[in-house]
Ligand binder design. Structure first.
Ligand SMILES: CC(C)(COP(=O)(O)OP(=O)(O)OC[C@H]1O[C@@H](n2cnc3c(N)ncnc32)[C@H](O)[C@@H]1OP(=O)(O)O)[C@@H](O)C(=O)NCCC(=O)NCCS
Length: 224
C-alpha cells in the first residue's frame, strides 16, 4: 500500500520552515500544509489547540493538558499532520489517518515513559471506543481543531479543503470523518463543504455516559 505522505500532492509545493505551503488560506498570511518535521514548540501548540477544542474527550482520557502534551510528543507522526500557520504560529490542526499511515503512532515503550503505567492503561481503556480506522483508499480526518481565538474565520474550511486536495492528489477514493451528535455546528460546516452522513455509530454504555455522546456521525465525501 502506498503511503500518501510520501507523494507529491497537487499544486502544493515545498517551502521554508519545514512546511508545505499552499494558497488555501483565506486570511492574509495563513499557510496550510503538512508538518514535515516535528518541532517541539509546534507540537506543544498542537497539543494546546487539540486539548482546548476536544477537551471533553481528551480530558477524560488524559486528565490534563500536560499529560496529553507528553503523549503527543511521544507519539505524533508529523508527516500526517496538517497545520494552519498564521504569523509563524500554529492556529489549527488536522490529524490524518490512511490504511497505511497515521498522524499518531503510539509506541508502548515511549508511552510508558511519558505517561506511566496507570495513565497508559487509562488511555488504552478509555480511548478505545473513539478509535476509528480508515478503509483502503480513504483519508480519515481523525482530529480537527482551530485555536479558539481564530474560529469562524475560515481556517477550519481551509484545513478541510487542503485535506480534500491532498486525497485527490494521492488518488484516494474518499475523505471520512466522525462528528459527535452534539456538535451540530461542526456537522453543518462539513455538510456545507460537501460531506454527507453515511452512518450513525452508537457509542456503547458506559462510554456514552463517560463522554456524554450517544452517537457519532460518520461523514464521507467521495473524491471520484
Ligand atoms: C469545528 C472547527 C474546526 C471549525 O473551524 P473554524 O475555523 O471555526 O471554521 P470556519 O471558520 O471555516 O467555519 C465556521 C463554521 O464552523 C462551524 N463551527 C463549529 N464550531 C464552531 C465554533 N466553536 N466557532 C465557530 N465556528 C464553529 C460553524 O458552522 C461555523 O459557521 P457558522 O458561523 O455559519 O455557524 C472549530 O470551530 C473548532 O476547533 N471547534 C472545536 C473542536 C471541534 O469541534 N472539532 C471538530 C470535531 S469533529
Amino acid at each position: 500500500m502506498t503511503s500518501i505522505s510520501d507523494r507529491a500532492v497537487g499544486s502544493v509545493s515545498q517551502a521554508g520552515h519545514g512546511w508545505v505551503s499552499s494558497s488555501y488560506g483565506m486570511l492574509g498570511g495563513l499557510r496550510i500544509g503538512l508538518m514535515n518535521r516535528c518541532d517541539e514548540a509546534d507540537v506543544a501548540e498542537v497539543a494546546r489547540i487539540l486539548y482546548e477544542g476536544l477537551g471533553d474527550k481528551l480530558g477524560v482520557v488524559f486528565g490534563s493538558l500536560n499529560t496529553f502534551k507528553r503523549f503527543l510528543l511521544a507519539s505524533i507522526n508529523c508527516s500526517m499532520g496538517v497545520a494552519a500557520v498564521l504569523n509563524e504560529r500554529v492556529v489549527g490542526f488536522a490529524g490524518l489517518k490512511t490504511e497505511s499511515d497515521s498522524w499518531i503512532r503510539p509506541r508502548v515503550r515511549e508511552l510508558l515513559k511519558a505517561l506511566g503505567p496507570f495513565r497508559l492503561t487509562r488511555f488504552a481503556v478509555l480511548g478505545l471506543p473513539l478509535h476509528y480506522g480508515p478503509a483502503p483508499s480513504e483519508v480519515l480526518i481523525d482530529v480537527l481543531a482551530v485555536d479558539g481565538r481564530f474560529r469562524g474565520r475560515g481556517i477550519g474550511t481551509s484545513l478541510i479543503r487542503f485535506v480534500l486536495d491532498y486525497g485527490r492528489g494521492a488518488s484516494m477514493r474518499r475523505v471520512k470523518l466522525y462528528v459527535a451528535d452534539r456538535n451540530e455546528r461542526a456537522r453543518r460546516l462539513y455538510e456545507r463543504l460537501g460531506f454527507s452522513v453515511s452512518r450513525v455509530v452508537s457509542i456503547p454504555f458506559p462510554y456514552n455516559r463517560i463522554y456524554g455522546i450517544r452517537h457519532m456521525y460518520e461523514m464521507i465525501q467521495e473524491l471520484r
